[in-house]
Design a protein around this ligand. Sequence first.
Ligand SMILES: O=C(CO)COP(=O)(O)O
Length: 272
Amino acid sequence: MTTQKNGQYVRRPLIAGNWKMNIDHMEAIALVQKLAWTLDDAGHDYERIQVSVFPPFTDLRGVQTLVSGDKLDVDYGAQDLSDQDSGAYTGDISGAFLKKLGCSQVLIGHSERREVHGETDEQLGAKLSAALRHDLAPVLCVGEGLEVREAGNHVSHTLAQLEGALKGLSAEDLTELVVAYEPVWAIGTGKVAGPEDAQEMSAAVRTKLAELYSQEFADTVRVLYGGSVKSKNVAAVLAGPDVDGALVGGASLDPEEFAKIISFEKHIAAQG
Ligand SMILES: O=C(CO)COP(=O)(O)O
């Protein structure tokens, strides 16, 4: 969600937790509950900074029951979806089912899906279309591996992933698009991209979106950074004007640490 203030776009920061294949449905309920309590105690304003979690599929019903029963402001979504809506696709999950479970977002093209399941930009484009058919905001993940970074081709590589997945989709289709830049070498390694790296790529993503669609569209799309985000580095990583939030893996499994990351503005203020 993006609003306009004095002719400028104000992008609502999003801090999202990707739980990957961690935490069963009982643990998920406890984690969301603890997170919500911690954020309430800290006086978190969800309208200003959106909070989402991406649990495994089997946890979604439990999370839905808790969020709707306790009227929590935490949003949630799935880590993947099928490009099909129903039928003989054993093991796949339809966007229609996710929507029924109250999901508002869905991750698409996480580097682990690209690597482990060989998902291609073309398939990801089909998944984006499926998300849009079911009114799920797609969080499209892009980012380069270490070799590409070392060769200095990270910007062109990442923008090609972006363009490949968005092929054939219009700005009107993509009003809820979120892009997450996650350099593969920073995921789960403790090596976080420098603030300049996060800003460089976020700005490049925005320029590409302006080229493909319009500046106005590009100004409304939120670009997240992901890869070893922790409370101690979040203020630096989110300092760039084009970085609109974070996609957090490991650190989102600890409710206190995740709540501290969500309160990143306090860390920025403390830095002066
Ligand atoms: O892959 C990630 C989020 O999608 C990042 O994971 P880590 O924060 O554990 O590095």
